[in-house]
Write a protein that binds this ligand. Structure first.
Ligand SMILES: Cc1cc2nc3c(=O)[nH]c(=O)nc-3n(C[C@H](O)[C@H](O)[C@H](O)COP(=O)(O)O)c2cc1C
Length: 326
């Protein structure tokens, strides 16, 4: 059902119901292309500053880089001023966004102190103004990504869903935690179930929180009846989650090298740091990886990193890890 049935967000048809989440510093074009190759039905940019777009900051515009193979692509903005957000939404559309997503769930201090992200869960009037302003100018589907509220004592998701419904929002992603909780408690999927039960069918409900395997994804849909699921941390170094597969060693190495090659093609600056991050992501769940990761951290050049990768995979093969299947 998740992989085999399509779903429409506004007029955008997704091939399946498994979505790659926005992740700051992670879901760049290379990451998204790999997720797409493995079957993500929709991919997101990381959150992009609406002000940065309006003030034409060069660095902010780099977040808009994408390729046509990623489409449909949802681009996410954060901000707290309705006019700035509506101007930013138009910039996203000019740069190829198929869907515009508004961040209403980020609990990071730097974002919240400006009144953006999860701070909007404490000010639903402002949230509504932003939705209205963006909806007015947004010629593509509009979605919002929320947490259940600022604190567990004050859930606001049902109220925010009503605002979304009344103002033409096409989909709502619900990360099933409260802003003050960070990641300290398990996601409460009952929140997603309640959201789905209380929403009209014209708003797509995307469930999010603690999906680390395809089994988890199926369970979330089963338990909550949500229309689609979104995966964040579970997809880092593990694009196979979208395909419900466990990779062989050789397949894993092939994808690491492919990810590195795409990264280098698109991201010219700070390439070494990105390469290190990618190697660390993909080796996390593997044996002897802590020593490998330490060496990666200290490496001084790309050649050194590739040589470390080759030695590490030779070691894994020698030690017969996954040998039967590689
Ligand atoms: C490193 C990192 C960066 C994130 N950046 C964003 C972001 O830019 N925008 C956003 O809406 N959520 C962001 N999130 C939250 C995720 O999209 C997601 O809602 C959350 O991690 C719960 O999903 P998970 O349990 O599958 O990880 C980020 C999460 C992580 C771990």
């Amino acid at each position: 059902m998740l992989k085999s049935s399509k779903v429409k967000i506004g007029n955008v048809l997704l091939d399946n119901r498994v979505v790659l989440a926005p992740m700051a510093g992670i879901t760049n074009t290379a990451f998204r292309l790999i997720a797409k190759e493995f079957g993500a039905g929709l991919v997101h940019t990381e959150m992009i500053s609406a002000k940065g777009l309006c003030y034409k900051q060069k660095r902010t515009y780099e977040y808009l880089i994408h390729s046509k193979e990623e489409k449909p692509i949802s681009m996410q903005i954060f901000g707290s001023e309705p006019e700035v957000m509506s101007d930013a939404a138009q910039i996203l559309i000019e740069h190829g966004a198929d869907i515009v997503d508004i961040n209403m769930g980020c609990p990071v201090k730097k974002v919240v102190k400006t009144g953006a992200g999860a701070a909007l869960l404490k000010d639903l009037k402002k949230a509504e103004k932003i939705i209205k302003a963006v909806r007015k100018v947004c010629s593509v589907p509009l979605t919002i990504k929320i947490r259940a509220g600022w604190t567990p004592e004050k859930p606001v998701f049902l109220e925010l869903l009503r605002i979304a419904e009344e103002n033409g929002v096409d989909a709502v992603t619900i990360h099933a935690r409260y802003a003050t909780q960070g990641y300290s408690v398990k996601a409460d999927w009952n929140i997603i179930r309640k959201a789905k039960e209380n929403t009209k069918d014209n708003v797509v409900i995307i469930g999010n929180g603690d999906i680390f395997s395809f089994e988890d994804a199926k369970k979330m849909q089963n338990d909550t009846n949500c229309d689609a699921v979104m995966i964040a941390r579970g997809a880092i170094g593990n694009p196979w989650i979208f395909k419900d597969e466990i990779p062989t060693l050789s397949e894993r190495k092939r994808i690491i090298l492919k990810h590195l090659a795409i990264e280098k093609r698109y991201i010219k600056k700070k390439a070494l740091g990105h390469i290190k991050a990618i190697l660390i992501w993909y080796s996390k769940s593997l044996p002897y990886s802590s020593l490998f990761r330490q060496k990666v951290g200290k490496a001084k050049s790309e050649e050194e990193l590739i040589s470390l990768l080759n030695s590490y995979f030779s070691l894994l093969t020698e030690r017969a890890y996954g040998n039967k299947s590689s």
